[in-house]
Design a protein around this ligand. Structure first.
Ligand SMILES: [Zn+2]
Ligand SMILES: [Zn+2]
Length: 344
């Protein structure tokens, strides 16, 4: 079968590999759609040894069951499914309460991270990772598993502060950010302020239901402050889907006293936390800073339910498998709007 693999650090190419088969407890999925994620660029850019090579990338997967391995019950060939991308140990304190994204035993593992992912015609998946998607298109189901799940999890973590009448600043209206806006619209009554450097991204945010948009630039903080008020007031919640130095700085400068900053994007910015009460603080007093990671299986089930109810829809740009490397180049240059989805 054809697969797009990281054959060496930084090298992504389409190659021919043997079609795998399902072992005990596993299914062989015929891949219908795979989202291209910024995290894949971080994986490609990572130093040698951090991720296995060669490895098929792609952790945002939906497809059709092709072959059911020994011992698998509840799934039959021909059924369509979305794949929960994390594989925790299944036995630690975190995994036992469903938070495999916090596994205490296995470091960040899953498809396209520690084992072959979905950028191929087929992928082997433990049956426990599959979720039913009803009538959803596979190109819609795939982005739900990360671009939908990750912001949903972040919103869940901030749910206590996302009360009617509060404000939420969403920085970075890309694959995750445009889903975050829809999740906030569907599940809260907050004022949504979208921030991005790109006018096209801000147009997308407006179409998805953002109440205000701010084009990022040297005066971002002043313009957001004009909407959320001066300190000690400010944004109740800031979701940063970029995580670079300029965006984490904006986040801490617009959050309210007692607010919450969630750094979702993995761009490597630094947010200093210095506890002081008598000078402009790095982070306001009583403010919570969190670094969410992906989400849980039960949250993914709710994300799928939201999509099936017509309240969450990824804006997708599709590419054939052979063009996957080009899709990542466009993503790197910031030229993808919404989510790039590869259709093998
Ligand atoms: Zn991802
Ligand atoms: Zn675990």
């Amino acid at each position: 079968m054809r697969a797009v693999r990281m054959t060496a650090p930084g090298v992504l190419e389409q190659v021919e590999v043997p079609t795998p088969s399902a072992g005990p407890g596993e299914v062989l999925l015929r891949v219908g759609a795979v989202g291209a994620c910024h995290s894949d660029l971080h994986i490609l850019d990572a130093p040698a040894g951090l991720f296995p090579t060669p490895m098929t990338l792609g952790h945002e997967i939906a497809g059709t069951v092709d072959e059911v391995g020994p011992g698998v019950t509840g799934w039959t060939a021909g059924e369509r499914a979305a794949v929960y991308g994390i594989i925790g140990c299944g036995r630690c304190r975190a995994c036992l309460r469903g938070a495999e994204n916090q596994c205490r035993v296995v470091p960040v593992g899953g498809f396209g991270l520690s084992r072959d992912g979905g950028l191929a015609e087929h992928v082997v998946v433990p049956a426990s990772r599959l979720l039913h998607i009803g009538e959803l298109d596979l190109t819609q189901a795939a982005p739900l598993t990360d671009a939908g799940l990750t912001p949903y999890h972040a919103v869940e973590l901030a749910r206590d502060r996302l009360r009617p009448g509060t404000s939420c600043v969403v920085i970075g209206i890309g694959g995750l950010g445009h889903m975050a806006v829809q999740i906030l619209v569907a599940t809260t009554a907050v004022r949504i302020i979208a921030v991005d450097t790109s006018v096209a991204a801000l147009d997308l945010a407006s179409r998805m239901g953002a109440h205000d948009v701010v084009q990022a630039g040297p005066d971002s903080v002043d313009r957001i402050r004009a909407l959320v008020g001066p300190p000690p007031d400010g944004a109740d919640v800031v979701l940063d889907f970029v995580g670079a130095d300029p965006t984490v700085t904006t986040a801490r400068q617009v959050v309210a006293t007692g607010g919450q900053v969630l750094l979702v994007g993995l761009a490597g910015g630094t947010l200093p936390v210095r506890p002081v009460a008598d000078e402009p603080p790095t982070v306001p007093l009583e403010t919570m800073v969190e670094v969410p990671f992906w989400g849980t299986r039960w949250e993914l089930q709710e994300v799928i339910a939201l999509a099936r109810a017509g309240q969450l829809r990824a804006d997708v740009q599709t590419f054939p498998l052979a063009d996957a490397p080009e899709a990542y180049d466009l993503l790197r240059r910031g030229e993808i709007h919404g989510r790039a989805v590869v259709v093998p």
